[in-house]
Every structure is written in C-alpha cells, then in structure tokens.
Design a protein around this ligand. Structure first.
Ligand code: C2E
Ligand code: MG
Ligand code: MG
Ligand code: MG
Length: 290
C-alpha cells in the first residue's frame, strides 16, 4: 500500500539531530516557514475499548511533509522545536487543528453515540513540557475549545512525567484551571520517566497511558505482567482510566483485556490515519440504534 511504502521511505531520512550544525540551522529556518504556513499534517490513531473493540478516541500525531526529506516524523523535529521555543506556536496549531477535526467527528456521530449510550469521541493531543510551561498555554487551550466549539470533555491533553516532576505552583494552578474547564489530562509514556503513582493523587489526572516497553514484555516476563496488572488495578481504584500503548500482538490484547485494562492503542488495531481515513472510520463505526 501507499502507506506501507511511505513508512519504508521514512527510514531513509537522516535523523535530524545527527546532522551538522549548518543543516540544523537550515532546518530551524524551514520549521519557522512551516509554522508560518501551517504546513504540518495531523494523523489520528484510534484508541479502542479492549472488551468491545469500540472506537473511543483518536490521538493526534503531527507529521511534517518536507520537500527534500519527505514525511518527517515528530521524533525528528519536536525536540528541535522544544529547544528553539517553536513548539509554542506549533503546539497551538496542533491543538486548534485537532479540536476542529474532532468537531467534524462529533457532527457526524454524536447523536447516534448518545442514543447508544456512548460518550462523544475524544481527541488526545500531545503537549510538550516546554509548551505547558509557557504562560499563555491555558489561554491557547481555551481558544482551541472556543473556536472549534467542541465539548471540552472530549479534549484530552497528553503530558509526560517531566511536566509533573516540577511540582511548582503554576503547574498545580494550571492543572486545576484545565480540570475546571472540563478538559481531560493524561500521563503519557507512563513508566519511562520518574514514574510516581503519587501524581495520580496530586494532580487531576483522568487517564494513564502505559508505555509500549511494558506492553512488549507482557507475554514474555511474569514480572512485567505483574507490574502492568498492578498499575491497572491501582489506577482503577483511583478512578483513572488506563490506555495500553503499542499493542501489536493479539496475545497482548487478550492478556490486557483479561486483567481488566479498559483501553488500548497500537498497530494491531490501526496505524495513525489520515483525516479522511479517520472520518471514514467514524462513519463506519457509528451505527444506528436498533
Ligand atoms: P507518543 O505520544 O507516545 O505516541 C505514540 C507513538 O507510537 C506514535 O509515534 C505512534 O505512531 C507510535 N505507535 C503507535 N502504536 C504503535 C505500535 O503498535 N507499535 C509501534 N512501534 N509504534 C506505535 P509518532 O507519531 O512517530 O510520535 C512519536 C512521539 O512524538 C509521540 O509519542 C509524542 O511524544 C511526540 N508527538 C507526536 N505528535 C506530537 C505533537 O503534536 N506535539 C508534541 N509535543 N509531541 C508530539
Ligand atoms: Mg501521546
Ligand atoms: Mg506515549
Ligand atoms: Mg512516546
């Protein structure tokens, strides 16, 4: 398929961070132009209910179509944009675009989903630490909600543990403001950083995403299995929803469903989709009540 061919192609591009200073400088300038022209694309990866297979959310994942480098993946430019501060306008664009796309899904599916007892499809948006720390961040979120008209409860911000580690007043205040707005907060890549379950008590966290590295070890190591099961159980006790990341094998899905992990994401279900593919999926999975 074109998608598979595209993926093969991406591997040929030199990692940006290993390129020379001159090229790096050049890339920064290109990034500036790309931000000014909103030349990025968002892909959307489904999050599914592990018991029923029902679609519950999409995670927005940014890509940069670059004339010489092809489709550049976020690992190649997000850290560069963080260092330069360009992540602030780029992140604002991502939030607004994703919220607008979600509003389209809602127009197509909300009535039927409500009639069948399902909440509106959520959209998960990645937010980097630098972006969260910017003084205007909460206003950017408010603006994205206002202009798109989406129900704020359908918007989830994915933060990494590096944001929560700082524990200063601003982080607490902004978290509370976002929570009051109705916006959900997820901890992304849980288990890879300075993981602490006390974050779940200290901050208004609604979702915990268990990193792929734990899911990889599920069927292999008894210890990994016990660890994941423990996290799922504690999260459940605290009323926090769990998403298992990077599920590739049916066996991993079965083990997770059996231990009561509610949600999952991974190539087993779907790769990140283009906006058109995502809309088609929304349409196809929105059935009329019997
Ligand atoms: P993430 O938020 O943890 O997103 C999951 C990454 O794993 C995505 O890579 C996704 O395509 C990939 N993935 C999903 N399922 C599987 C699977 O079953 N197997 C494997 N091997 N991979 C899977 P992607 O799109 O390249 O994004 C990489 C990271 O870049 C993201 O990790 C996130 O930290 C960051 N990122 C992406 N979009 C944005 C954005 O708009 N803003 C910010 N600040 N960061 C972003
Ligand atoms: Mg994420
Ligand atoms: Mg993740
Ligand atoms: Mg990640």
């Amino acid at each position: 398929s074109a998608k598979a061919a595209g993926r093969r192609q991406w591997r040929h591009y030199q990692p940006v961070l290993q390129t020379g200073l001159v090229e790096r400088h050049e890339l920064n300038e290109h990034l500036d132009t790309a931000i000014a022209e909103s030349a990025f694309k968002l892909y959307y990866q489904p999050v599914v209910d592990l018991r029923t297979g029902d679609l519950v959310a999409f995670e927005a994942l940014v890509r940069w179509p670059h004339d010489r480098r092809g489709m550049v993946l976020p690992d190649e430019f997000i850290s560069l944009a963080e260092e330069s501060g360009q992540i602030v306008p780029l992140g604002a664009w991502v939030l607004e675009r994703a919220a607008q796309e979600a509003a389209v899904w809602h127009a197509e599916s909300s009535a039927v989903r409500a009639a069948t007892g399902r909440p509106p499809l959520r959209v998960n948006v990645n937010v980097s630490a630098r972006q969260f720390r910017d003084a205007g961040f909460v206003d950017v979120v408010r603006h994205a909600v206002d202009v798109s008209g989406i129900d704020p409860r359908a918007l989830v911000l994915e933060l990494t543990e590096s944001v929560l580690m700082r524990r200063d007043d601003r982080v607490h205040t902004d978290m509370r403001t976002l929570d009051d707005l109705g916006v959900g907060i997820a901890i992304d890549d849980f288990g890879t950083g300075y993981s602490s379950l006390s974050y779940l008590r200290e901050f208004p966290i609604s979702i915990l995403k268990i990193d792929k590295s734990f899911i990889d070890g599920l069927g292999v190591s008894q210890q990994q299995y016990a660890l994941v099961e423990g996290i799922v159980r504690i999260a459940d006790t605290l009323g926090v929803q769990v998403i298992a990341e990077g599920i590739e094998q049916p066996e991993q899905r079965d083990l997770l469903a059996a231990m009561g992990c509610p949600l999952g994401q991974g190539y087993l279900f779907a790769h990140p989709l283009t906006p058109d593919q995502a809309r088609t999926l929304v349409r196809d999975t929105t059935y009329e009540p019997a």
